[in-house]
Write a protein that binds this ligand. Sequence first.
Ligand SMILES: Nc1ncnc2c1ncn2[C@@H]1O[C@H](COP(=O)(O)OP(=O)(O)OP(=O)(O)O)[C@@H](O)[C@H]1O
Ligand SMILES: [Mg+2]
Length: 329
Amino acid sequence: MPLHKAFGVDLGSSLIKIYSQSQDTIITEKNMIAVRNRNRVLAVGSDAYEIFEKNPSNVSVIAPVHGGKIADIHHTEMILQALLEKADAQALLGCSLYLAIPSDLSEIDKRAYCTIGNSNRKNKVYMVDKSIADAVALGIPILNTKGTMIVNIGAQSTEISVIERGKVIVSKLLETGGKQLNDGIVNEVRRHYNLYIGNRTARRLKFSLAYLKEDPMEARKVTGIDSLSGLPREQAVTSDLIYETIRRPIRSICDEILFFLERIPPQIRSSIEDQGIFVAGGTSRIPGMEWFLRQETGKKIRLSDYYEFCTIQGLKEIMENRTLQKWVR
Ligand SMILES: Nc1ncnc2c1ncn2[C@@H]1O[C@H](COP(=O)(O)OP(=O)(O)OP(=O)(O)O)[C@@H](O)[C@H]1O
Ligand SMILES: [Mg+2]
């Protein structure tokens, strides 16, 4: 067995996905770290999420990736090292890291990925554009395509990219994703019912009530803090309130898609329109997403079956197939 292990890493704002080539497994953990008194690590990954919103004041739960980009190098390094070690203890001896990165990054942001990948100075770091990894997972013939649009709707970002004949010709990272939907739900529940709910409760409401097609008119009871009395109160929240809340940000993604299509040359646009727009990312799991995007954009929509695992699946295929290594930098 070779000593130098290889890992693929998709550092999401919510979930970090790590593919271990030697074990042929993908591990998924929350991209979070819990620290006591600013320096003692209490928990990493999904264990840290268990503490989130329940932490005492001397414990901080930090999510170091914001809007799809590294915002806190130090804590990203700590999470990555801990989870690589969890995936394979030998990773500490040095490894090859294939990092999926957004295409729409400044040089400084790109440097942050090099830094976190090689903090122990023993690793070899390779970069792959996220949209290229998505395209590989989606089975797109990257070198021959005359125009393919990929939209990845994640937790704090939506990346819209256009690939033409092997190149990402244009890409934009929008700060809209599942977290913005959760924040919207927190705000609407407070405005509508005078009730303060936490982020976890908003997320649960999104998972159980969010839909973007016909209205099944359901309701879920949640407990929050009454904003007038300050006391706990139970309240039934309806699915149409959730629909009204999440519709606006998803519509803004559609506006961006249309804006993008207007700006690219007609021959590329017509190839995209023939193929349909490819959509991936965890937030595309919301029921009725495909229908809603089609209604709003008037274009054919093709949802990936991999959802949030699309990028890591593409990285895995790139790492395993020599002919795909040309997409690695
Ligand atoms: N069934 C579902 N309904 C609604 N949202 C979902 C569902 N399943 C997952 N999500 C949302 O998908 C998001 C996670 O998706 P993903 O892993 O693609 O994001 P990420 O890669 O961590 O973030 P980003 O790409 O923005 O950095 C979370 O916001 C989660 O709430
Ligand atoms: Mg992502």
